[in-house]
Ligand binder design. Structure first.
Ligand code: A2P
Length: 270
């Protein structure tokens, strides 16, 4: 064990070989969703879109879950977007963190939602539901995404309108950012949809792909393996159904070791 880290109210035992970082900011969006930012260890390198194991000491045991890093690789801080599961072994505790608290992080990030896993293309689709937007929050703030693609389309589908706020804030932040605003220009298109409340764009993304409404709304041609690349992050069912539609359009799944036309990753917690 390392020396206990002091926080205002209690001392946390830190297991060997993991980072212990300080929470800087917490924002709650709904009773199911929140984000937090924490310090970034000097030696922690990751590629935008990757995930890390995030944890807390619960009693005298650490509990970890996979979390996509939502901040881009260049950011001095780390951001995460999380669900709150009332009985969740980690999130029932994590949802209570406050600035100054200590969060654990294992040292090695990994993941398939990285630009290196895709072959070159013109248009990059990022399909997300719920907290599946997190890896894309990282990638849409990374200038490399816009060096590699002429157009970046972020779709985010949630049950309720309030759950879209993280995505809206993110896009707003990019549009007002001193450096990113110019790099991103009009290349980024945000396509939010809602399934269980009134909203201008309604429905599951899979239905909107199948009906062609997504493409008409955006004013782009249907999916084409010559030009289009995809990344998918959501629940297991959402991955399966979206993947089937991309494959039907002729795109093939890639990986770090074998780049191709689309990649998928489960939105882990929740
Ligand atoms: P729906 O409201 O029709 O279930 P969840 O919180 O269950 O992960 O859902 C997040 C969003 O993903 C919801 O809007 C949900 O729509 C949608 N969704 C759930 N399953 C699928 C699927 N198999 N394909 C596409 N979208 C899905």
């Amino acid at each position: 064990m390392n020396a206990p880290a002091k926080t205002e109210e209690f001392a946390v035992k830190i297991p060997d070989g993991v980072y212990a970082e300080t929470v800087l900011d917490v924002e709650h969006y709904t009773d199911r969703l929140f984000r937090f930012r924490m310090t970034r260890p000097a030696g922690f390198r990751f590629r935008s879109g990757e995930f890390a194991m995030i944890g807390l000491m619960v009693g005298d045991k650490p509990i970890y879950r996979a979390y996509s890093v939502a901040s881009p690789a260049w950011d001095e801080e780390l951001e995460f977007f999380s669900i709150k599961v009332p009985d969740g072994p980690l999130t029932s505790h994590l949802q209570k963190i406050k600035p100054g608290d200590i969060v654990l992080m294992r040292k090695k990030p990994t993941g398939t939602l990285v630009l290196d896993a895709l072959t070159p293309g013109k248009r990059l689709y990022m399909f997300s539901t719920g907290t599946g937007i997190a890896p894309f929050a990282s990638l849409i703030r990374d200038p490399e995404t816009y060096e590699k693609f002429d157009e970046v389309i972020l779709t985010h589908t949630c049950r309720e309108v309030a759950e879209l706020k993280y995505g809206f804030d993110l896009v707003e932040e990019i549009r007002n950012h001193e450096f990113l605003a110019e790099i991103v220009g009009d290349k980024l298109k945000h396509y939010p949809t809602v399934t269980r409340e009134e909203f201008p764009t309604r429905g599951r993304i899979t239905d909107l792909i199948e009906s062609g409404k997504l493409f008409t709304d955006l004013g782009v041609p249907p999916l084409d393996p010559q030009t289009d690349r995809g990344m998918i992050c959501g629940s297991s069912d959402m991955l399966k159904d979206t993947k089937a539609l991309l494959e039907k359009a002729g795109l093939t799944e890639g990986a770090n070791s074998k780049p191709a036309e689309f990649v998928i990753e489960r939105a882990f917690v929740g």
